[in-house]
Design a protein around this ligand. Structure first.
Ligand SMILES: *Cc1c(COP(=O)(O)O)cnc(C)c1O
Length: 211
């Protein structure tokens, strides 16, 4: 999988190490994470804080380079657990969640990197800040979190060409001087890399289908 990511980067005229692979291990057991670690994979993504809590802390001592990204919709009452567990929280998408994360950072004395999730298709059922509110929310988060705010994340609509949505997110990140662009999953990571993704979140294509 990392070879496919590097090849897509090369086709886009980008450096082979320009794009990092986040292996999405949700629903797969800790053994699957261990097998990936053994192959040199260090970045992992989990949707649910509770599931991450059962798998990852035990693996940390033996794998200090491992990094955990929280990538699924986060309830405010899980913010403190997320701040304690995660290295990156990719789903900051509303003021109340930003409040909860700020409070958790204070209490835990620990600051994960943060990404603002944008609802690039403005789909009613999806999480993410609406596109019309994105600039203001990103500015507010930068004021509040400073350098901990490192980038943007999106999940484009399932139907249609994701390319324009990826391009929109890349332009938004550039406007705000944010370096990290988490976009692209099993079905569309090559298109995301063509538009500047720095992180792709791939589950099925690495671990197989989720039961
Ligand atoms: C599950 C998930 C992925 C991985 O999806 P695949 O299609 O299995 O690669 C990526 N990002 C998010 C936010 C997810 O929830």
């Amino acid at each position: 999988m990392r070879a496919r990511v590097a090849a897509a980067a090369a086709r886009a005229g980008r450096a082979p190490d320009a794009v990092q692979l986040v292996a999405v291990s949700k629903t797969h057991p800790a053994e699957a994470v261990l097998a990936a670690l053994a192959e040199g994979q260090v970045l992992f993504g989990e949707n649910r804080v509770q599931e991450a809590a059962t798998k990852f802390p035990a693996l940390r001592p033996a794998h200090p380079a491992m990094r955990l990204h929280i990538i699924g919709g986060l309830q405010t009452n899980k913010a403190r657990d997320a701040v304690r567990l995660a290295d990156v929280i990719e789903v900051v998408d509303r003021p109340r969640l930003a409040d909860a994360i700020a409070e958790a950072i204070q209490k835990e004395g620990r600051s994960p990197d943060l990404l603002v999730q944008v609802n690039v298709g403005d789909e009613p059922q999806k999480s993410g800040i609406p596109t019309a509110e994105a600039d203001g929310f990103i500015e507010a988060c930068r004021g509040r979190f400073g350098a901990s705010l490192t980038g943007l994340m999106c999940i484009p609509p399932a139907e249609g060409d994701p390319g324009p949505h990826f391009a929109w997110l890349a332009a938004c990140a550039a406007r705000h001087g944010l370096a990290v662009l988490s976009m692209g999953m099993s079905g569309d990571f090559e298109a995301a890399i063509a538009q500047g993704a720095t992180h792709v979140r791939v589950g099925t294509a690495i671990f197989g289908h989720r039961g």
